[in-house]
Write a protein that binds this ligand. Structure first.
Ligand code: DP6
Length: 332
């Protein structure tokens, strides 16, 4: 029975220099280049089995059949892989994340990085990491970065082949810790994909995009030189700029909750008092507190004493996507 399968594991990433808005929404070519840290501990494991007996894709996410919107996004992504391999066979896909689905932590990066690696291997395609990154980007922009571990840059690219990520420094370059302070567990009402569409309606998006390459260079230098204070300043500026664009879109998007602002104020004060910590927030209310590993224990205990924090996840720099050993190829 021709049945080609592969399993891959990928982690999410937290953007230090964020992208918001797509220059080409269909290709998910980002409006600006971005820079992130892939985070360990949290991961998505995805198995793809192409099976000639199937009459449609069978998609299961965290133990239950995928809802229609998620399923059609996965099928669209598999169609790209089927077009590359020239084999129209449907697949069964099982995807499991080890972090709660409703924890408000972006799962599309780890999900589409794992799906891209597993599906392309199961389809018999031998893609290098750059090609995987380009393909993952088509599923979710930030997934392009989760192909690589450590500190990763995603180029914006004018055409499909130029929109890929590459590693700036490996995970062991700098032991930063991302303490994710969870303040809401429910799913956000406006996802990133819809938010990216609204970005051009903000009068300050053009200014944010215009200066992004400059911010990225400052961030890159801070990482390579392990200069925490420079990193902290640029990471907070970049996050605040993105949320300013969100708040000034039409209609406005306000992801921050009172608890998020409270944590931002505490983080600023802790840094003034000498702790190596800064905040950054994606398209949701949960706050990523980036710390030096030495100061992370003090920051974690301070965070846990603040009212309204439901959970704190502790994440070191992590590895890029990897296939697991149980992959099988049956000649078709
Ligand atoms: C705020 O990668 O989530 O996290 O392509 O629609 O899945 P989709 O968008 P997504 O956008 C990321 C937005 C961000 C910033 C960032 O990670 O750079």
């Amino acid at each position: 029975m021709p049945e080609n399968r592969a399993t891959a594991i990928a982690s999410p990433n937290i953007a230090f220099i964020k992208y918001w808005g797509n220059r080409d929404p269909a290709l998910r070519l980002p409006a600006n280049a971005s820079l992130s840290m892939t985070i360990a501990s949290l991961q998505t494991e995805t198995t793809v089995i192409f099976d000639e007996r199937l009459e449609s894709d069978q998609i299961e996410i965290n133990g239950i059949p995928a809802a229609e919107k998620a399923a059609s996004r996965v099928t669209l992504h598999l169609d790209l892989i089927r077009a590359l391999s020239g084999n129209p066979t449907f697949a069964s896909i099982r995807s499991q994340s080890n972090f709660p689905a409703g924890a408000g932590i972006a799962s599309s990066a780890s999900a589409f990085a794992a799906l891209t690696a597993a599906a392309s291997a199961a389809a018999g395609l031998e893609l290098n990491k750059k090609q995987l990154s380009i393909l993952a980007r088509r599923g979710s922009g930030s997934a392009a970065r989760s192909i690589f571990g450590g500190f990763v840059q995603l180029f914006s690219g004018d055409v499909n082949e130029d929109g890929y990520a590459e590693q700036l420094a490996p995970a062991n370059h700098w032991q930063l810790i991302d303490l994710i302070a969870v303040v809401r567990k429910e799913h956000k009402s406006t996802g990133s994909s819809e938010g990216h569409h609204l970005a051009p309606t903000s009068p300050i998006q053009a200014v944010r995009v215009q200066d992004a390459a400059h911010r990225l260079e400052i961030c890159k230098k801070a990482i390579l030189q392990k200069d925490f204070l420079s990193l902290a300043r640029i990471v907070e500026l970049d996050s605040n700029l993105m949320h300013s664009v969100m708040m000034t879109s039409d209609p406005p998007l306000l992801y921050l909750e009172p608890e998020s602002i409270n944590i931002m104020k505490h983080v600023t004060r802790w840094r003034e008092n000498g702790l190596d910590v800064c905040y950054t927030i994606d398209a949701g209310p949960n706050v990523h507190c980036i710390c030096s590993s030495d100061d992370s224990f003090e920051v974690e205990s301070q965070l846990r004493s603040i009212d309204g924090i439901l959970d704190v996840f502790r994440c070191a720099p992590g590895n890029g996507v990897a296939l697991t050993a149980n992959n099988e190829q049956t000649p078709q």
